[in-house]
Design a protein around this ligand. Structure first.
Ligand code: FNR
Length: 378
C-alpha cells in the first residue's frame, strides 16, 4: 500500500516499478562491460528468451468470491519459515555494478526477511556479508572447488558465519560461451592490466600464492576454474553431507532423471534452473521442465525454481507448476545498480507487492493455494 499511496498520490518512485523494464534503464546507469555481463546470456540468447516466453504460454485463471482479502504469504521451505516464497539468487561479483556490492544487497534482503544466497564468487568476504545480514536468513552458494581443502575451508567459514542452507551450483564448472563478454573484452575482476582477486579464503589464497605470475586474463580464468571446480559424478555428493550439517540444495537441475537422482542421493532440495540462460544456449526454458520435475520429486524434496522471474504473475505461475519458492536474479542486480541498498529494496518490494496483489486478485489466500487448476496452457 505504501508503493500505491506514493505512486498514485503523485510521488513516483526513483525508478520504475515495472521489473520487465529495469534492464533498459540499467543500461543507462551501467558501463557497457558490467551491463552486458549481467544482462547477457550464452550464445545467441535463445535460452534467455525462451525463459521469458515460457511464462507467456501459461495463463492464470482468477477466481471470485473466495474471501482472499487477507493473504498469508509465509512459506515453509528447507526447514525455514520465510515471509514470502521469494529468495535472492546467488550472483557473484556484485561490486561491478555498485560499490555497496553484496553487503548492500544483504541489508535490503534482511530488512524484508528474505534469504540472500551468497555466491562463492562474491566480491566481499563471507564474514562481511554475514555481518551485513544482521538477523536476516543466510543461505550460501557453493561453486565446488576441486581441492577438498579449499572446499572444506569455505564451508567451515560459511557455517561459522551463520549460513544455514547450502546451495551447490552444478551447471557452471566452466563459464558458458558468452559472446557479449568476449566481444566487450570483459571479465569481472580483470582491471586494466591487473587483476583483483576477490576470493578471500585463506586456503585458496595459499594455493594461488604458490603458483607463478601469469598474464591477468589467464590468471582470472584460472582462479575461476579453481573455485568452480570440474564436473563430478553422484558419488561425490556424500562429501557435501560430511561437510555440511544443514539442508543441501542442488542448483541447475533441468532433467527429470537428475531430479530423481538428487532425491535418491538424499539432498533436501533442488533448484530447477538454467542459470538464467547463461550456460547452455539452446537449453530448454526452465519453466518448461518444472511441472514434470515437480510431479516426479516434489513429495521427496523441496523444488525451487529460477530463470526468468520478473513479475508477481511469474511467481504465481511457478508456484502453481510445483515450485515451493522462486529465486530472482537479474532484477535485484539492476536495483543495486540503480541505487545500492535502496535500489535492491525497491525491486524486492515491488515484486512482493505485485505477487501479493496478483494472488489476491486470483482469489488465493496463500502461496500454497495457487495450484495447477489455476492455470491454463495457451
Ligand atoms: C548469476 N548466477 C549465478 N549463480 C550461481 O549459482 N552463482 C553465481 O555466482 C552466479 N552469478 C551470477 C551472476 C550474474 C550477473 C547473473 C545474472 C546470474 C545465476 C543466478 O543465480 C540465477 O540462476 C539466474 O540469475 C536466474 O535467472 P534470472 O532471474 O536472472 O532470469
Amino acid at each position: 500500500s505504501e508503493i500505491y499511496l506514493s505512486g498514485y498520490g503523485g510521488t513516483p518512485p526513483a525508478f520504475t516499478t515495472d521489473l520487465t523494464r529495469l534492464e533498459s534503464s540499467a543500461e543507462r546507469v551501467l558501463e557497457s562491460g558490467p551491463f552486458s555481463y549481467v544482462a547477457g546470456g550464452a550464445g545467441a540468447g535463445a535460452t534467455m528468451r525462451a525463459n521469458r516466453e515460457a511464462f507467456e504460454r501459461w495463463g492464470l485463471v482468477p477466481r471470485i468470491l473466495t474471501g482472499a482479502t487477507e493473504r498469508d504469504l509465509t512459506t515453509s521451505v528447507l526447514g525455514e519459515t520465510l515471509p514470502a516464497p521469494v529468495v535472492l539468487a546467488p550472483v557473484g561479483a556484485q561490486s561491478i555494478v555498485h560499490p555497496g556490492a553484496e553487503p548492500a544487497t544483504a541489508r535490503a534482503a534482511a530488512g524484508l526477511g528474505l534469504p540472500m544466497v551468497l555466491s562463492t564468487a562474491s566480491s566481499t568476504s563471507i564474514e562481511e556479508v554475514a555481518a551485513a545480514s544482521g538477523a536476516g536468513p543466510r543461505w550460501f552458494q557453493l561453486y565446488w572447488p576441486n581441492d577438498p581443502d579449499v572446499c572444506g575451508s569455505i564451508l567451515v567459514r560459511a557455517r561459522a558465519a551463520g549460513y544455514t542452507v547450502l546451495v551447490v551450483t552444478l551447471d557452471t564448472w566452466s563459464l558458458g560461451w558468452r559472446p557479449c563478454d568476449l566481444d566487450n573484452g570483459y571479465l569481472p575482476f580483470l582491471r586494466g592490466e591487473g587483476t583483483a582477486v576477490p576470493f578471500t579464503d585463506p586456503v585458496f589464497r595459499s594455493r594461488l600464492d604458490a603458483t607463478p605470475e601469469e598474464d591477468p586474463a589467464t590468471a582470472v580464468l584460472r582462479w575461476i576454474s579453481m573455485i568452480t571446480g570440474t564436473d563430478r559424478d553422484w558419488d561425490a555428493v556424500p562429501f557435501l553431507r560430511e561437510h555440511w550439517e544443514g539442508p543441501i540444495v542442488l542448483k541447475g537441475v533441468q532433467h527429470v532423471d537428475d531430479a530423481l537422482r538428487a532425491a535418491d542421493a538424499g539432498v533436501d532440495g533442488i533448484v530447477v534452473s538454467n542459470h538464467g540462460g547463461r550456460q547452455v544456449d539452446g537449453a530448454v526454458a526452465a519453466l518448461e521442465v518444472l511441472p514434470t520435475i515437480a510431479s516426479a520429486v516434489g513429495d521427496r524434496l523441496d523444488v525451487l525454481f529460477d530463470s526468468g522471474i520478473r513479475t508477481g504473475a511469474d511467481v504465481v505461475k511457478a508456484l502453481a507448476l510445483g515450485a515451493k519458492a522462486v529465486l530472482v536474479g537479474r532484477p535485484y542486480v539492476y536495483g543495486l545498480a540503480h541505487g545500492g541498498e535502496d535500489g535492491v529494496r525497491h525491486v524486492l518490494r515491488c515484486l512482493l507487492a505485485d505477487l501479493d496483489l496478483t494472488l489476491a486478485l486470483c482469489g488465493h489466500r496463500s502461496a500454497a493455494d495457487a495450484g495447477r487448476n489455476s492455470l491454463v496452457r495457451r
